[in-house]
Design a protein. Structure first.
Length: 362
């Protein structure tokens, strides 16, 4: 089922990115016409026909690094420009938001409904542009056709795959910490009780199957309160999603949704055997178009963002380590091992994309 997970990832992460950008554009009082242009530019690149055709092709998910590169290009495809620090924090916040939604979802179908909630909110962002609204409606319709024939078991397998993809990413997010939905370690606190999956039964009965097909039942009082689901939720273009997962959680009263970095495992470079031309095609579709000089502006997403020029300046408090000859030899051995592995397996897909972008800008 991982062959069908890319649309869920693409639209969910893209929706979260637009939520954050919309909130920060308003908080920094960017002129409404320029703020709207940023949103329209990004949505237009996300939902182009060529891009949708590539996204809705059954395929394995790109490596984590390649997926991040795609959203970096999307974020830079407008008149807004972000520095490296802001882009890294933006992507971490996107990942953690989608991870939480997948974790608290009760079923695979709810994951699809949460994804459609992202598209519904994006439709509201571009409501003043009928061509962009039509693009969102087409994406919703294609999404429905792509997943409507999948069984409950296949959709649950999709949910499990996404959980495996996110399991090593643990970043502390202030909005989750304030709501007591996250621990200081970066792990989420899952809620107990609440709505049940559609057709699910509330805990409180034990059934014993007897010979002949009959059964006896004992009841008990559960420790938590559960609610029956209102319905299965609709996958239609303008249907009732039932769930609130995937909606915009950055309201006007959200002052600063910044990320506090915590210990996290290094994301491994996935060893998927993709056809590199296919990923490079999608990258070229999302690559920003050149803009006239003077039409761009820099957006400061977080309060602790620093100018890249300042980051390049040497620090007087840097401790210079002088390794011994033995230490240098050990480091050289490790580097030789890494280089041999890279030579054996070929350059990573993310490096190919960066090379492509560098050649395009020269």
């Amino acid at each position: 089922m991982s062959m069908r997970s890319l649309p869920v990832l693409f639209f969910s992460l893209g929706g979260e990115m637009l939520y954050i950008l919309d909130q920060r554009l308003k908080a920094q009082k960017i002129p409404p016409d320029r703020a709207l242009k940023v949103i329209l530019d990004i949505v237009g690149r996300m939902l182009e026909d060529k891009c949708l055709k590539e996204i809705f092709r059954a395929q394995q998910v790109f490596s984590k690094r390649a997926l991040k590169n795609i959203f970096e290009q999307l974020a830079q495809s407008s008149i807004m420009k972000l520095n490296r620090t802001a882009m890294d924090k933006l992507y971490d916040l996107m990942i953690m938001a989608v991870k939480y939604q997948v974790l608290v979802s009760k079923s695979g179908r709810e994951v699809l409904l949460a994804t459609l909630n992202h598209l519904d909110t994006i439709r509201g962002f571009v409501a003043l542009s009928p061509p962009h609204v039509a693009m969102v409606d087409k994406a919703c319709l294609t999404f429905k056709d792509f997943f409507e024939s999948q069984s409950s078991a296949q959709l649950m397998h999709l949910r499990h795959y996404l959980l495996l993809l996110f399991q090593d990413t643990n970043k502390r997010v202030s909005i989750f910490l304030k709501n007591n939905s996250q621990l200081p370690s970066g792990r989420f606190v899952l809620p107990v009780g609440g709505p049940l999956p559609y057709t699910g039964e509330a805990p409180g009965a034990i059934r014993y199957l007897n010979r002949g097909g009959s059964y006896t039942e004992e009841s008990f009082i559960g420790a938590h309160c559960y609610e029956l689901a209102e319905g299965a939720g609709s996958l239609d273009v303008h249907g009732d999603r039932v769930t609130k997962l995937g909606c915009n959680m950055y309201g006007a009263d959200t002052a600063e949704s910044s990320i506090t970095e915590t210990a996290s495992k290094q994301m491994p470079v996935d060893g998927y055997s993709f056809v590199k031309d296919e990923l490079n095609l999608l990258q070229r579709l999302l690559m920003p178009r050149p803009l006239p000089d003077g039409n761009t502006f820099k957006l400061k997403l977080f309060l602790d963002d620093q100018d890249e020029e300042l980051e390049r300046l040497p620090s007087q408090d840097v401790l210079q380590l002088n390794p011994t000859v033995r230490g240098k030899a050990q480091l050289q051995m490790i580097m030789n091992d890494l280089l041999s592995v890279e030579t054996e397996h070929g350059a990573s897909m993310g490096d190919d994309l960066l090379d492509l972008l560098d050649s395009a800008t020269q």
